[in-house]
Design a protein around this ligand. Structure first.
Ligand code: SAM
Length: 246
């Protein structure tokens, strides 16, 4: 898979391919990361890529031409249907379903904004989609682009040591992950639940599913509304709620 990022801070973005799971995925060439600096396309003496907003007001706005030329440079290297995605607080919410959709495709051309944002004409004419990483405003689209890249990369076949990790991750099946415990068995903070030490794999699976259902119900009940729970799952959730009451 190929990921291109148009950004004023390429060195910042490429660190996502230097560490941990994403670093290993890049080293295994499960994805290739390419960055493009619009300043290289500025075609003016000061390499400036922004200007004041028409109508007045504070801050600067990223100009269309350097971004369009950056996109042309990317397209000269890739001739596929990869979507052009601008990171923006005004975009559609990026979630696990988007990560999965993008991981199953040819990659993406991500555009990171800075300043007050990007001239709207670029968004209207060159962009397939705007994605937001949450209802808050960051200083630039680099962290959002890195976040999107990380979420995609860990879904690529071979990225995780154990592919099962991604299956049980929160959101993958519409539920949060179950609680996790590790050594020691006894700790000032409490003991590990007995069932996890029982060696009874079926009982462990049921307990984990019950906890996953219960946690989702407690923390984000609206996530359950989108799921068609089986009779067994409904029963487990009832048990969780009853145990909580007890
Ligand atoms: N004036 C813009 C607005 O209110 O919609 C915000 C501009 S923000 C300071 C600069 C850049 O950061 C944006 O162009 C975008 O690329 C990025 N950005 C900020 N918050 C973001 C978010 N929640 N999701 C994705 N990108 C974001």
């Amino acid at each position: 898979m190929r990921l291109d990022v148009i950004t004023l801070f390429p060195e910042f973005v490429t660190t996502v391919a230097d560490y941990g799971i994403t670093g290993r995925a890049a080293a295994k060439r499960l994805f290739e990361l390419h960055t493009w600096n619009p300043r290289d396309q500025a075609q003016n003496r000061h390499n400036s890529v922004d200007d004041r907003a028409y109508g007045g007001g504070p801050g600067m706005v990223m100009q269309v031409a350097p971004l369009r030329r950056s996109l042309e440079a990317v397209r000269a290297q890739r001739n596929d249907s990869a979507p052009v995605i601008v990171l923006s607080p005004q975009g559609e919410k990026f979630d696990q379903a988007w990560a999965r959709r993008l991981a199953d495709g040819p990659g993406a051309i991500l555009v990171s904004g800075r300043y007050e944002g990007i001239d709207d004409r670029f968004l209207q004419t060159e962009v397939d989609l705007e994605l937001s990483v949450g209802d808050f405003v960051l200083s630039g689209g680099e962290l959002p682009a890195m976040l999107v890249i990380d979420a995609i990369a860990r879904l690529l076949p071979g990225a995780l040591g154990d592919a099962q990790s991604a299956v049980q991750d929160s959101f993958t099946q519409g539920l949060f992950d179950h609680p996790q415990y590790t050594r020691p068995e006894y700790e000032a903070a409490g003991a590990v639940p007995d069932v996890l030490l029982s060696g009874d794999h079926a009982a462990i699976e049921r307990w984990r599913l019950k906890q996953a259902l219960g946690r989702t119900w407690l923390r984000r009940p609206e996530l359950l509304e989108g799921l068609d729970l089986s009779t067994d799952q409904q029963q487990l959730l009832k048990e969780f709620i009853a145990e909580l009451g007890g």
